[in-house]
Design a protein around this ligand. Structure first.
Ligand code: UD1
Length: 391
């Protein structure tokens, strides 16, 4: 059987690494038993995220080999990214003729590659299927809806996602609850990560123009971590500036902040003339985008997280880091406080952010493990594909 897996942007890499290892383990087992056929696995990178910090460092740390094929799509508008990916991916499919295309998560690559695969009449599997924010102004929601509508096999990370698919009329044999594959990577990395040192992560990743970083508060208070990249938070000054003002003028007096800066956000902060003030704030440490292990270490030690990332919401839940999610909705409700998780939705309303920030400082979080977030989702993903094939 030939499987072609697709990655495109940063959050995909930690989701495909365990799947890659599951295939390798399956093949190794067959080889030991002198059995065949082995799975022929090819990794395709669309090239949406392309620089060392957003892409290459992940391949090294997660111990996945460089992609077999890179489509070199790069940045651009959504239509450019999706269109260029489809044009290039079609050529790959015609040359490689895989049995399955596997897409993960919700970035533009999953829309482009699932549609292209189905037009070539190739079976498609979506890992992390069924997540729904209900917010169609979010590009990722459009990607999820399209990929789930046309993929043959929908592997869900939680039971709410399985139910979302049923509610949309998806037949039972296309849905399989496998658990959260990203937590496989977290569990496989815990030990290595615990050996890292925060001060080294800071000194290796400090934004070049920064002054010397301030000292971090001792545990248990720890420090606060902030990451923002969603267009809805960073693209307009009237939304971004009040958030920045709250962090600099108020929140930084309570905790030292470590802000890991996404390239989109950096460009916007520079354009809005806010970058230098953040850079020079005495209680804020501004870092380049971190590697997977660097970010995981910060999360393990942080007293609180402010983020608009879906993946960090999930990691905070498993690690027990109180998490303010700067969004009005989430496709990951299992991570919310009301479902036992660590995250609370605060949108981009500064009054709400402020209220929940001070509440969370008083309430340390507890690690929570939703069903099947157990480090073995990738094996179940592969099993589902193999069983689907033999049905
Ligand atoms: C994308 C994903 C989002 C994911 C996020 C994680 C979609 C629709 N969005 O958003 O779901 O949460 O990645 O990071 O697929 N850039 C660089 N270097 C890079 C990559 C990007 O400088 O390696 C710059 C681009 O030139 C662009 C900006 O960062 O100006 C944003 O990149 P883009 O690919 O548009 O999407 P993200 O905002 O990163």
């Amino acid at each position: 059987m030939k499987i072609l897996s697709v990655v495109g942007a940063r959050p995909n890499f930690m989701k495909i690494a365990p799947f890659f290892r599951a295939i390798k383990a399956y093949n190794d087992l067959l080889l030991t038993a002198h059995r065949s056929p082995l799975i022929h696995h090819l990794l395709v990178h669309t090239g949406q995220h392309y620089d060392d910090r957003m892409s290459n460092s992940f391949f090294e740390q997660l111990e996945i080999p460089q992609a077999d094929i890179n489509l070199g799509v790069g940045s651009g508008s959504h239509a450019e990214q999706v269109g260029n990916t489809m044009i290039e991916f079609e050529k790959v499919l015609k040359a490689e003729k895989p049995d399955w295309v596997v897409v993960v998560g919700d970035v533009n690559a999953i829309l482009a590659c699932s549609v292209t695969a189905k037009k070539e009449n190739i079976k498609c599997c979506h890992i992390e299927a069924g997540l729904r924010s209900g917010d169609r102004s979010m590009p990722e929601e459009i990607n999820r809806l399209v990929a789930d509508r046309i993929s043959d096999l929908l592997l869900t990370p939680d039971l709410i996602s399985s139910q979302n698919l049923r509610n949309e009329g998806v037949s039972e044999q296309r849905i399989k609850f496998v658990g959260n594959i990203m937590i496989d990577t977290l569990e496989a990395s815990r030990q290595r990560t615990s050996l890292l040192k925060i001060d080294e992560i800071i000194s290796h990743n400090l934004i070049q123009e920064s002054p010397a970083p301030c000292a971090l508060s001792p545990a248990p208070d720890g420090f606060a971590v902030v990451t923002l990249h969603r267009p809805s938070n960073v693209d307009r000054i009237e939304v971004l500036e009040p958030i920045v003002r709250f962090i600099l003028d108020e929140a930084c007096s309570e905790r030292v902040f470590i802000w890991t800066l996404h390239p989109r956000t950096r460009k916007k902060l520079e354009g809005f003339l806010l970058f230098n003030e953040i850079l020079m704030h005495k209680n804020l440490i501004l870092l380049e985008p971190l590697s997977y292990l660097g970010m995981l270490k910060l999360n393990m030690e942080a007293g609180i997280m402010l983020t608009d990332s879906g993946g960090l919401q999930e990691e905070c839940t498993v690690l027990g880091t109180p998490c303010l999610t700067l969004r009005w909705n989430t496709e990951r409700p299992v991570t919310l406080l009301e479902h036992g998780g660590a995250s609370v939705l605060v949108g981009n309303n500064v009054d709400k952010i402020q209220e929940e920030f001070f509440r969370a400082l008083k309430q340390p979080g507890n690690p929570v493990r939703p069903d099947l977030w157990d480090g073995h989702a990738a094996e179940r993903c592969l099993k589902a594909i193999l069983e689907f094939n033999s049905e």
